[in-house]
Design a protein around this ligand. Sequence first.
Ligand SMILES: Cc1cc2nc3c(=O)[nH]c(=O)nc-3n(C[C@H](O)[C@H](O)[C@H](O)COP(=O)(O)OP(=O)(O)OC[C@H]3O[C@@H](n4cnc5c(N)ncnc54)[C@H](O)[C@@H]3O)c2cc1C
Length: 405
Amino acid sequence: MAASEFRVQATLGLDDAADERWDVMVIGAGPAGALAARQSALLGARVLLVDRAAFPRAKVCGCCINGAAMEVLAQVGLGDLLRQCQARELRTVQLASRGRFARIRLSQGVSLSRDRFDAALILAAVEAGAEFLDQTPAVIGATQGEARGVHLKRLDAGSTATAKSIIVAGGLGCRVFEEAAAEQRQTARASRVGAGTILDVAPAAYEAGTIYMACHQHGYVGLVRLEDDRLDIATALDADAIKQHDGIPGLVQHILTEACLPIAAPLDQLKWHGTGRLTQRRQHVAADRCFFVGDAAGYVEPFTGEGMAWALASGRSVAPIVVGLARDNLAADAVRAWTETHRRLIIRRARLCRCVSRLLRHPSWVSITIRLLAIAPALANPVVRSLNVSFETDRPLDAATERLP
Ligand SMILES: Cc1cc2nc3c(=O)[nH]c(=O)nc-3n(C[C@H](O)[C@H](O)[C@H](O)COP(=O)(O)OP(=O)(O)OC[C@H]3O[C@@H](n4cnc5c(N)ncnc54)[C@H](O)[C@@H]3O)c2cc1C
């Protein structure tokens, strides 16, 4: 499938964007931003969704969408989107370490390329009435009365638009403020870095419907067949070990070989994309008419494959709060509401994710876990269930669904 099939065009020009005073501006059109824009538009807000990239854009991701993410999509009326995108059902996870394997059954989940998924979500936002501007890095400026200025740069032109509320969905480590001091975030010292690539022709040993996870003391590598049969490879690695193996492909090949999941393809000839430090979070997820969602608010590690679920849930739940701010202008109340909602949505899930990532740093614990799961795979059921559990069990404070006039 040619990437150009998923090209998403801007719906307005830079000058038109600057002429309008937006109820809601969303910075970043990944799953968090696109869904936040759609839900805000459905509530009657004038919404501008901007992204610095042209879509499709490269995104390091394991491309596995879990049951919790699927449920968020169903709740907002996009339950059919994954089927329309021909997402591939996932049935098992195979954990591998030093030649030992355990197969765990999955009851939910699909794999889908980010090219296709992100394009479908942006189109859903546009269909709901949001405007979209690509190739436009945004920088948040000063408060101007009951709004904030946002500097937009598109190709060689620049302009300043204003919005009553701003959803920051710029992803991991994004920089969106004029002043560096406003970018406060905590980064874990032992944080790994992410990397990924896609293999056009998947080795036959990697079956469709299975997530392969090679675990190693210096990181892990996840492999899955996408909807079009390509093989997505995504990894979290120790930065020092990357240097010792002369780069990401060398360390990935080493981890796969040790786990007895080797790939014959020359990994160093593929185009790899990297991320910054993975484990980080914003000190404040809301302040001064800005509301952080998805990875921009915080991220742990990808092993449990929850990032998109967190992104979608936070994108969905922030919408009534920012639309309420545009209507009532109660900025302090909106900040409090999002801080509390975000805590309820994400904290418990992030805790589990942190526990798993700690366990993965101990080769002996990994080895014992895989041996146990090989004998009794059902031992993994509670963890699998809690990763898939609906966000509705910790219902956010998003009851205010009144439309703007
Ligand atoms: C190795 C790895 C594997 C992963 N595997 C999985 C998995 O299998 N399943 C899963 O659910 N999650 C997985 N994740 C996590 C998942 O990729 C993220 O959690 C998810 O993409 C977060 O979505 P988002 O919308 O917050 O940000 P993103 O998808 O990162 O989107 C952010 C967007 O903001 C734009 N942007 C940034 N700054 C600006 C700016 N100043 N102006 C305008 N635009 C801007 C960027 O161009 C980008 O398009 C993985 C992550 C990694 C690193």
